[in-house]
Design a protein around this ligand. Structure first.
Ligand SMILES: NC(=O)c1ccc[n+]([C@@H]2O[C@H](COP(=O)([O-])OP(=O)(O)OC[C@H]3O[C@@H](n4cnc5c(N)ncnc54)[C@H](O)[C@@H]3O)[C@@H](O)[C@H]2O)c1
Ligand SMILES: O=c1ccn([C@@H]2O[C@H](COP(=O)(O)OP(=O)(O)O[C@H]3O[C@H](CO)[C@H](O)[C@H](O)[C@H]3O)[C@@H](O)[C@H]2O)c(=O)[nH]1
Length: 325
């Protein structure tokens, strides 16, 4: 694959895996990241690195770029409920500046990391892209606002864009994996318990209207997700904004994830009940029919045990045995 790409947020979890896939496909990659939640060592070796903010993207974007893949954002549902202004500022304000810089530089193709959190409580399962969007968190609302901005930019200024609405990204790709600090996502937290870095996993709510009372999510392997980004670059058409869900269409409860991690790691992984976390819908499961039809995407790593095993291998490579606070 030829071409030159700006990857915003490429020092973070998903961005680093996608940047690595682009490099392996033969592309030229520049990562733009302010390291607010990412890590310098997460940037793949073959990529150029600019430490900077997306709000200043105009300093680095030029017409030599074929497209921008935009991952840079804050993405914690719970934090967004208590600090909404942080999410509007970075996710919406930052992307507005980035779109302006792209317009000025004449870079007219965008792939954007949207989210299942744009839908809020689903009206039916699995969720399709035409379902109502009523986010239950400022994080989801900020991402939905960006999707609307991109639609306008495509109509008014000819941008060719694809928003990929990820469900729960998990797993790892070699040396690139999930490493938020502090960690807030279920699978890496569960694996920290397996490593003895935490005493127990808190289960946020066990009275949801689900079979075992805990929240159900659609876990998608980060390498399957990365492949969708490369397909999206090919599918983008000037003046059009395509929105695609990315998930496997299978829901697993928090308890099922913990049980799977016990089997994969061979560790007991104690759990403790905890109050519900603000902004969490009970069930989020994707219909990925649009991604299959429009991108030609077929996820091939849907097995939850395999996803957890890849995350476990990454956790053991990178995390050491430090106790978490
Ligand atoms: N991980 C998931 O389950 C998931 C699910 C749905 C959507 N998403 C979206 O995918 C994207 C990547 O998520 P992730 O899990 O890799 O998060 P991450 O925190 O690991 O990566 C985000 C990266 O963006 C950088 N960044 C943030 N604000 C920036 C700014 N203003 N300028 C430059 N860099 C900035 C951070 O330093 C970090 O490296 C996000 O947009 C997120 O909303 C993630
Ligand atoms: O210690 C924990 C951590 C999480 N959970 C639960 O596990 C489930 C998954 O939580 P994550 O934090 O791993 O993921 P989220 O579902 O909150 O959010 C992720 O998926 C969303 C869409 O599904 C958004 O895209 C968001 O960006 C992304 O972080 C939730 O029910 C959460 O309440 C626990 O019970 N204990």
């Amino acid at each position: 694959m030829s071409g030159k790409y700006l990857v915003t947020g490429g020092a973070g979890y998903v961005g680093s895996v996608v940047a690595q896939h682009l490099l392996e496909a033969g592309a030229e990659v520049t990562v733009l990241d302010n390291l607010s939640t990412g890590f310098r060592e997460g940037v793949p070796a073959g990529a150029a690195f600019v430490e900077g903010d997306i709000r200043d993207a105009a300093k680095w974007l030029d017409p030599s770029y074929d497209a921008v893949l935009h991952f840079a954002a804050f993405s914690q549902v719970g934090e967004s409920v208590v600090k909404p202004e942080k999410y509007w500022d970075n996710n919406v304000g930052g992307t507005l500046a980035l779109l302006g810089a792209m317009r000025e530089a004449g870079v007219r193709t965008l792939v954007f990391s949207s989210t299942a959190a744009t839908y809020g409580e689903p009206v039916s399962t699995p969720i399709t892209e035409t379902d109502p969007t009523a986010p239950t968190s400022p994080y989801g609302a900020s991402k939905l606002a960006v999707d609307h901005m991109i639609t306008g930019e495509a109509k008014a200024h000819g941008l060719g864009a694809v928003s990929l609405r990820y469900f729960n990204v998990a797993g790892a790709y070699g040396e690139y994996g999930e490493r938020h600090d502090p960690e807030s996502h279920l699978i890496p937290l569960v694996l920290q318990v397996a490593q003895g870095r935490r005493d127990a996993i808190s289960v946020y709510g066990d009275d949801y209207p689900t079979p075992d009372g805990t929240c159900v999510r659609d876990y998608i392997h980060v390498a399957d997700l990365a492949e969708a980004h490369l397909l999206a670059l090919k599918a983008a058409r000037p003046g059009e904004h395509l929105i695609c869900n990315l998930g496997n269409g299978n829901g697993f409860s928090v308890r099922e994830v913990i049980e799977t991690a016990r089997r994969v790691t061979g560790h007991p992984i104690p759990e403790v009940p905890a109050p519900r976390r603000g902004g969490d819908p009970a069930v989020l499961v994707a219909s990925a029919d649009t991604a299959r039809a429009k991108l030609g995407w077929t996820p091939s790593r849907a097995d939850l045990a395999g996803i957890v095993a890849d995350a476990w291998e990454f956790a053991q490579q990178t995390a050491g045995n430090a106790r978490e606070q």
